[in-house]
Structures are given as C-alpha cells and as structure tokens.
Design a protein around this ligand. Structure first.
Ligand SMILES: [Ca+2]
Length: 279
C-alpha cells in the first residue's frame, strides 16, 4: 500500500513535469507567429541553410538583402529599381515535380509524364489549392509562391548580368545549354529537374525548363513597384506573372529579369512553379 502511494506520487510528479515542458514548447512555437492556429504549431521551423520537407521538396535559405530589380532592355521591366527584402526565406532548389504534386493533390494533370519532371498544365488558381493543401498536410502556414521580387533576387543570386551565370559567349562559353533547357536543346519538351548546372545560390532550372508562376498580378511596368519586394495584387481575375522562360522559349526569354504573364485559370505544358517557405 505504501509502495503504491509512492508510485502514484512519482507518476504524478513525472506527469506534472511533462505538462510543464509541453506547455513551454507550444507557447514558444506559437509566439513566432501571432496569427498561427494551434495546428500550425505542429510543424518544425526550418533552420540552417537547407531544408527538406515531408514530401521531399528541397529548399535553400536565401538571406535578406537589397538588389536592383528589372532591366532597361524591356519597357515592362523598367524602371530598374532598388528592392529591399527584410526577411530571410527558403526557396525550392527545383521546380515542383509531378511526384510532389501528386503526393499533395492525388492527381497529375501534366502533359509530359514523369515523377521527376516539373509539374505543368496547372493554373495559378490550381497552385493556390496545392499550397493550401500542403500547408494543411504539414500543419503550417509557411508555404506560398515567391513574390516576383523574391524570385528575381534568388534567380539573379547577386549577379547583374542577363543570366545568373554571366553573359553568353558563343565561342568560349559560358553556354546557355549548360544551364538551361530552352528551344535549342530541349527537343520541345520538359526534362527532369536538376539536370543542368545551378545558379550561384544553388537553384536549378531558374532559366528554362518550365516558366515559374509567382504570386504577383501583372502590371505593365515597375513605375509603382513596392520597394519592400511584396507582391502586387490586382484582384482574382488579374493576369499573373511568370518568370525564367521554358523549354520552348528563345534565349532572351530566359533572362533573369524577363517577365511573362498568364491567365490565372489556364495551365500550359510550359508553365510550372517553385515554392517559397517563410523562414
Ligand atoms: Ca524554370
């Protein structure tokens, strides 16, 4: 009887300690995001320079910083303007693949089929649904499309040349075909992600393979572009920006600062995306 009482006291003490520790942990997790629900506290916060999520998406941490966005080569990429990104963020090292899309959505609408091919033929609206489901799966709110400024900052990777690897030299290199699937080397189809050389910050296929939809609504120039790199939002029916060119593009569409646009309701075999995860 006495032993029984001791045991009960010991168990109660252990339980109290466990409750105290759990309480501290959940309040720590919850305090980094005031808007987070209790379910959002179950996902681990990414740390370090690289992060791999539950469906095998690899992310690279990008440090906050300032860069000059745009190019004077095209009216719709002007004016070149300074953008200041205040927060570190994680961005996909690769375009989202068909296996990853299927793991979240249970279907694969792509035209060219293959687990490690980039998902395509998905609309901007479809991608929003994918992001909502992925956030739910992982109990977080961190996943989203990159803003146009974040995409260009990460793609340029500190460079100011037309491509992130410098300017093409058709005799001596660098050669675009070493970095990108585009009209001259793609055989008019997508290719498995990560086959070409990465940009200086370790991101693959930022030039070519599939266009990458970003969060922003299309506007015809950067005349009133936000200085903090936030997304431009013009309403649910507005065209959306896509970047980087595709397997069917000419080489100029693969410029780091080149901009394309797409109806948010329509997919195309040349259009996909990569994700951002808030740090
Ligand atoms: Ca791409």
């Amino acid at each position: 009887m006495r032993i029984g009482t001791k045991k009960i006291i010991t168990i109660l003490a252990v339980l109290l300690i466990a409750i105290a520790v759990t309480g501290c942990t959940s309040s720590d997790n919850g305090s980094d995001n005031g808007a987070s629900s209790s379910s959002a506290t179950t996902a681990s916060k990414p740390t370090g320079n690289e992060y791999t999520n539950s469906i095998g998406m690899d992310f690279q941490r990008i440090n906050a910083g300032t860069f000059n966005m745009g190019t004077s080569k095209y009216a719709y990429s002007q004016p070149v303007h300074k953008v200041r990104l205040d927060n570190d963020f994680y961005i996909g090292k690769y375009e989202v693949t068909q296996a990853q899309w299927e793991a979240v959505m249970g279907s694969n609408p792509s035209n060219f089929k293959g687990d490690n091919l980039p998902v395509e033929s998905v609309s901007w609206n479809d991608i929003q649904e994918f992001i909502t489901k992925l956030n739910e799966m992982e109990g977080t709110t961190r996943y989203r499309l990159p803003t146009e400024a974040e995409w260009e900052y990460a793609a340029a990777a500190g460079t100011t040349t037309l491509y992130s690897f410098g300017e093409i030299n058709k005799d001596e290199g660098p050669f675009l075909k070493d970095y990108a699937w585009y009209q001259d080397d793609s055989y008019d189809r997508t290719h498995e992600v990560g086959q070409k050389l990465p940009n200086p910050w370790g991101l693959y296929d930022v030039h070519g393979n599939v266009w990458e939809l970003v969060e922003d609504s299309w506007v015809d120039n950067y005349g009133s572009a936000p200085e903090d790199g936030s997304a431009v939002e013009k309403g649910a029916s507005s065209l959306r920006v896509m970047r980087g060119g595709s397997y069917s593009s000419l080489e100029n569409a693969l410029y780091t600062a080149f901009r394309g646009k797409q109806d948010p309701r329509d997919g195309d075999s040349s259009i996909g995306f990569r994700l951002v995860m808030d740090a």
